[in-house]
Design a protein around this ligand. Structure first.
Ligand SMILES: Cc1cc2nc3c(=O)[nH]c(=O)nc-3n(C[C@H](O)[C@H](O)[C@H](O)COP(=O)(O)OP(=O)(O)OC[C@H]3O[C@@H](n4cnc5c(N)ncnc54)[C@H](O)[C@@H]3O)c2cc1C
Ligand code: SF4
Length: 338
């Protein structure tokens, strides 16, 4: 048993001043990731700052037609909120493809962004891991790497980001609002998560003394043409081997706008602006989708157990783009099981 102190934050300013005062302290929201990490000895915070009762649980329209989502909105409430189901169904679908109902009831929006990798060695404190202990080595490089990255990895770390929700947020181009000792700022979603480089211990560009207060979705929700396709070892309660979020708009028989992101393949949701640009103005047909997939995967690199992901990702991209173009998404948001 490792002792730790526990304090409940009174408000956002109190949460920020408490975390700024103690370099080892951690926020706890739903606790579905942090408590597991503490039980496995991966995280040993001397102090937990409980933010779960802060008033960050609302979902509201913004003046410019978008939606603001408080960082403590539970994943279930977000997925089933009428505004989200109607205007941003790709987000509902992605959330409902993740975890289990019980976990989604506890998990918060902010915590989902900040959940840590599911690399087996990161959780196994008996093995070297640069993310857990910088400089110790990467056990996955020569070990079991079926779940690991094929894009954007480094010699220091080949872990993937496990979130489903974040893949949808990447194509919706959300903003992350944060608050810290220097005040408030917002971070474009594409800049929130980091690639591992030679500092794999840093998952995001959030400073350690900042709190995520909200997410903001722009007005464009792409409700007519979207899909979230998740390929995994079991049909539920499993992390993605490869997932694809697609949103698009058609203009007659041409693609006016398209965005797609991959999950399960990199240290962050993976978009490729050249592949998206190449599809704009084109017909939504399999040849063009295959070409876009080739562009995304041109620099993909597999390891001993995960090279299959390259072909899997190629097929998943083509299938997901086709589903979205036909307006036949794999939506799970109609299954209301609470
Ligand atoms: C068995 C299992 C299966 C799962 N399967 C999936 C899946 O398939 N897909 C998927 O996407 N997810 C999955 N999850 C992950 C789950 O979605 C996350 O654990 C959850 O979203 C984390 O939210 P939380 O509020 O519980 O975070 P916590 O565990 O409370 O916190 C996680 C981290 O975020 C930090 N944090 C939390 N809130 C804030 C904030 N507002 N500002 C700053 N820092 C903050 C904490 O300090 C901590 O470091 C699974 C989890 C489990 C346990
Ligand atoms: S892939 Fe990253 S998280 Fe996994 S063992 Fe290597 S350094 Fe650690």
């Amino acid at each position: 048993m490792i002792n730790f102190e526990y304090a409940r934050a009174k408000d956002i300013a109190d949460a920020v001043s408490r975390i700024a005062a103690d370099p080892g302290a951690k926020f706890i929201a739903g606790g579905t990731n942090l408590i597991d990490l503490m039980k496995a000895d991966v995280e040993q915070p001397p102090r937990l700052i409980d933010i779960s009762r802060l008033p960050l649980k609302s979902i509201e329209d913004t003046a410019d037609g978008g939606v603001r989502i408080g960082a403590l909105v539970p994943n279930t409430d977000l997925a089933y909120h009428p505004l989200i189901e109607k205007r941003y169904p790709v987000l509902s679908s992605a959330i409902l493809a993740g975890a289990s109902q019980q976990l989604r009831n506890m998990a918060s929006t902010g915590g989902n962004l900040l959940q840590r990798t599911r690399c087996y060695y990161f959780y196994d404190v008996a093995t070297p891991c640069n993310k857990r202990e910088p400089g110790s080595g990467c056990s996955a490089l020569g070990g079991l790497n079926r779940m690991h990255a094929i894009l954007g990895a480094s010699d220091a770390c080949i872990a993937t980001h496990p979130s489903d929700m974040c893949v949808a947020l990447a194509v919706l181009e959300a903003k992350v609002h944060v608050s810290g000792p220097a005040g408030e700022r917002s971070i474009a979603f594409a800049d929130f998560h980091r690639l591992p480089g030679d500092t794999p211990q840093r998952d995001t560009n959030l400073n350690r003394d900042e709190i995520v207060t909200a997410l903001e979705l722009p007005a464009r929700g792409f409700a007519a043409h979207y899909t979230y396709l998740k390929v995994r070892d079991r049909l539920s309660y499993a992390f993605a081997l490869v997932s694809v979020a697609v949103v698009l708009e058609l203009d007659g028989d041409r693609i006016r706008e398209v965005r797609f992101a991959l999950g399960g393949v990199a240290h962050k949701p993976w978009r490729n602006s050249a592949a998206e640009a190449g599809l704009r103005g084109q017909a939504p047909n399999p040849e063009n989708f295959k070409h876009a997939a080739e562009l995304v995967l041109r620099d993909a690199r597999g390891h001993e157990h995960n090279a299959f992901k390259i072909e899997l990702a190629r097929r998943a991209i083509v299938r997901a783009l086709g589903q979205a173009a036909r307006g036949t998404p794999q939506s799970q948001s109609s299954k209301k099981i609470r």
